[in-house]
Design a protein around this ligand. Structure first.
Ligand SMILES: Nc1nc(=O)c2c([nH]1)NC[C@@H]1CN(c3ccc(C(=O)N[C@@H](CCC(=O)O)C(=O)O)cc3)CN21
Ligand SMILES: O=c1ccn([C@H]2C[C@H](O)[C@@H](COP(=O)(O)O)O2)c(=O)[nH]1
Length: 277
């Protein structure tokens, strides 16, 4: 996870102090790229223990097309609580765009089903994309997330908004554009989530896994995470764990939490940090 730690250093040393929507304040740089070779191990942070539960359940929830936090709460995951309406609604966020993008013609597009078909049947295509940035359903930035959700708009616009996949030599690679990235809390989740998704797609399509590439627009560290970042930068990263998927489900939509096993994850203690809402 050296690229991640190097980016934290880069932001602390070269970043610009900037105010932001949440009122917290950040230090940020613009335009960076991180690359991980999935053959070298599963890209989970070892300098801070991560809640794999939250990351996996969130991904399964995206894939199910759900946008109410009920499923997450039933599984003990609280990472989306702060943005939802009292009924748990988030508006048409990730799951809705991935599985039910509404065309102006009334047609509904399932981008994930189309992606798997394309990866299997037309691997050389340069159009293997999932796009979350549905302009017609973006929130109004001056309104609160839950107010937007109550009005049928997204509570937050997608941060990880453009996925592209690439097949060469029967090996699947993935690229992800993140327009705005909370480097201490969000980025480790985004990296692991992309790695899980790439492994699942590769298994479904009979490919090996290759690289994941993450391109970030506004890469920021919140002011109230500076101390935690320093603690983390003093730690030595250890060897990466491996992912084992225990069975091959019938489709990309049939994975269950119990299908995944992370082997040899030896991480240093968790570091608590407040989330900016
Ligand atoms: N400021 C901010 N950062 C984010 O990363 C973020 C948002 N907002 N809003 C939408 C989603 C929600 N995500 C979140 C929300 C909370 C944690 C968080 O608090 N993580 C804790 C552990 C909490 C847990 O997994 O139960 C951590 O220490 O990693 C992480 C990602 C990612 N996104
Ligand atoms: O997957 C995610 C989701 C959200 N974030 C972070 C990035 C920002 O700190 C906030 C979103 O605020 P905006 O004002 O909409 O940019 O959430 C993330 O890092 N990863």
């Amino acid at each position: 996870m050296q690229p991640y730690l190097a980016l934290l250093r880069d932001v602390m040393e070269n970043g610009v102090d900037k105010s932001d929507r949440t009122g917290t304040g950040t230090r940020s740089v613009f335009g960076r790229q991180l690359r991980y070779d999935l053959r070298a191990g599963f890209p989970l942070l070892t300098t801070k223990k991560l809640h794999i539960r939250s990351i996996l359940h969130e991904l399964l929830w995206f894939l199910s097309g759900e946008t109410n936090i009920r499923y997450l709460q039933e599984n003990g995951v609280s990472i989306w609580d702060e943005w939802a309406t009292p009924d748990g609604e988030l508006g048409p966020v990730y799951g809705a765009q991935w599985r039910r993008w509404q065309g102006a013609d009334g047609q509904v597009y399932d981008q994930v089903t189309d992606l798997v078909e394309g990866l299997k049947n037309n691997p050389d295509s340069r159009r293997h994309i999932i796009n979350g940035w549905n302009v017609a359903e973006l929130p109004i930035e001056s309104d609160k997330p839950w107010e937007n959700a109550a009005a049928g708009r997204m509570a937050l616009p997608p941060c990880h908004l453009l996925y592209q996949f690439y097949v060469a030599d029967k090996t699947l690679s993935a690229s992800l554009y993140i327009r705005s990235n909370d480097l201490f809390l969000g980025n480790p989740y985004n990296t692991a989530s992309l790695a899980f998704l790439t492994h699942m797609l590769a298994q479904q399509c009979d490919y090996d896994v290759g690289d994941i590439v993450i391109s970030i627009g506004d890469a920021h560290i919140y002011r109230n995470h500076f101390e935690q970042v320093q603690t983390q930068l003093q730690r030595e990263p250890g060897p990466l764990p491996q992912l084992r998927i225990r069975r091959r489900p019938a489709s990309i939509f049939d994975y269950r939490f119990e299908d995944f096993e992370i082997v040899n994850y030896e991480a240093q203690p968790h570091i608590k940090a407040p989330i900016a809402v």
